[in-house]
Design a protein around this ligand. Structure first.
Ligand code: AMP
Length: 281
């Protein structure tokens, strides 16, 4: 498996494949790879001739320096997993200077409100950091397709907006959320959960499923009340629960016909922050 760390080498490798008519897929990650990431690699491998995986813990998307410091990193284990999935994957694992030069700074984007709600509201600057690194990565890799998980559904909407703003020649593909058998969404952060929090964490998804059921015939206010009550006595601390329009991500108080809605949740299990979401209709 090829592991590239600098720009010209990965750009040239991709350009050669393109000359041969290959369709290039790209899966950006921050490493600490798990089955959730693997589902994206497999999704991409089924649809593209050549798949590039980037591994880069992007400093500008962390609004909390402790979160950045404690973010799990294990490049060796990541490469072993990638090799097992498919030795033909191209891996791009740059250093911070390779991406940012000497200015570790986000670009200011106008995402028309998409970045002001939920993750954007609780993690100021997060999406500007995500968009900045993706703009740079897209410029380096120049893929035909890029694959993102619905696990980070708001991020997926931001990426679509970034591509429209920057007029980037890449098609964005959303991939379904991969879960543990007990329903917990796979996440690099799960490995930091204490045993007791790991045992209780599937409650997040079971509550979302119940919220989905209630959404059919109760008011949005009732669904909010149910979720707030459900977490009141839990060791998991609810940061937010939101029902929003699935494309604009606007907060919704009442359901409109022909609109698609989604529920979003963020929870603290000790100092580990977990997010999840579900389509409601
Ligand atoms: P990250 O390494 O957390 O930045 O994630 C890299 C990509 O993997 C993003 O597009 C995520 O949405 C996606 N991803 C992470 N966890 C999951 C999951 N459980 N199911 C599907 N996609 C995921």
């Amino acid at each position: 498996m090829h592991v590239y760390t600098n720009r010209p080498e990965i750009s040239n490798a991709v350009a050669k494949h393109k000359e041969n008519g290959s369709k290039i897929g790209f899966v950006p990650t921050m490493g600490a790879l798990h089955r959730g990431h693997a589902s994206l690699f497999n999704f991409a491998l089924e649809r593209c001739d050549v798949v590039v995986v980037s591994i880069f813990v992007n400093p500008t998307q962390f609004n909390n320096s402790q979160d950045l410091e404690t973010y799990p990193r294990d490049l060796q284990a990541d490469l072993e997993l990638l090799e097992k999935i498919n030795p033909n994957l191209l891996v791009f694992a740059p250093g911070t200077t390779t991406i940012y030069g000497s200015k570790i700074k986000s670009i200011d984007y106008d995402f028309e409100g998409l970045n002001m709600v939920m993750e954007g509201a609780f993690r100021p600057g997060h999406f500007e950091g995500v968009a900045t690194v993706l703009k740079y990565l897209f410029e380096i890799v120049q893929p035909h397709f890029a694959f993102f998980g619905e696990k980070d559904y708001q991020q997926l909407q931001i990426v679509n907006k970034l591509v429209a703003i920057e007029k980037l020649p890449v098609a964005i593909i959303g991939c379904p959320i991969s879960r543990h058998d007990d329903g917990l969404a796979e996440s690099s952060r799960n490995m930091r959960l204490s045993q007791s929090h790991r045992e209780i964490a599937p409650f997040i998804y079971s509550t979302l499923l119940k919220a989905k059921e209630l959404f059919n015939d109760k008011s949005i206010g009732d669904v909010h009340q149910f979720v707030t009550n459900a977490f009141a006595d839990s060791t998991l601390k609810l940061e937010y629960f939101e029902i929003a329009n699935a494309s604009t991500l606007e907060h919704t108080e009442s359901k409109k016909a022909n609109e698609l809605y989604r529920a979003f949740i963020a929870v603290f299990a000790g100092d580990v922050r977990l997010i999840d979401n579900i389509a409601l209709n």
